[in-house]
Design a protein around this ligand. Structure first.
Ligand code: ACO
Length: 162
């Protein structure tokens, strides 16, 4: 089992994983247009943290780091159907936080959570109260109705992964 963070860099293995993740998103997020998922996952300003097992993608989180604003926007998050509720979603989020803090230098995450995923995000430390000053994120993240804006502050010191 491994956790990787990659973007569209043209490396064959990475492209195969990104396509695998795109397919999981398309299946698990049926309300999202497939073209939109492909566009963001393949967009070079987005990155994806993924769980890989036996060289197969189990799930992942695609996000866009806003380096100057020091926050990241989570675009999509999903685990393949038969592997949900086994703890992968939590481990994935911890790897994302560690990478975003240590590599990107981010302090917060924002996401528009689907109603049915609010419970998962709360367990990952997200809140519906937005503490980040509006001028740090307004105009950067895309409005999306049908979702609830949620925030997570990344702990500056906590070891999120072992
Ligand atoms: N609602 C409430 N609680 C949840 C949900 C949920 N939908 N999913 C998981 N949990 C809880 C689990 O019970 C667990 O609680 P516990 O720690 O008390 O045992 C905790 O959250 C973590 O569970 P994991 O096993 O780590 O979560 P999982 O691997 O299933 O990943 C995820 C969670 C990503 C939501 C997965 O279930 C999934 O892919 N769902 C379908 C797609 C989806 O809804 N994605 C999010 C859409 S919003 C967005 O993408 C921005």
């Amino acid at each position: 089992l491994k956790f990787v963070c990659i973007s569209n860099d043209g490396v064959d293995e990475h492209m195969i994983w990104l396509i695998g993740l795109k397919n999981i998103f398309a299946k698990q997020l049926p309300n999202m247009p497939k073209e939109y998922i492909v566009r963001l996952v393949m967009d070079r300003s987005h990155k994806s943290v993924m769980v890989i097992r036996h060289n197969q993608v189990v799930g992942g989180i695609a996000y866009r780091p806003y380096l100057n604003q020091k926050f990241g926007e989570i675009a999509f998050c999903a685990i393949t159907a038969d592997e949900q509720v086994k703890g992968y979603g939590t481990r994935l989020m911890n790897h994302l936080k560690q990478h975003a803090r240590d590599v990107d230098g981010l302090t917060h995450f924002l996401t528009y959570a689907d109603n049915n995923a609010v419970g998962y995000f709360i367990k990952q430390g997200f809140t519906k109260e937005i503490h980040l000053e509006k001028d740090r994120w307004q105009g950067y993240i895309k409005d999306y109705d049908g979702g609830i804006l949620m925030e997570c502050k990344i702990n500056p010191k906590l070891p999120y992964t072992d």
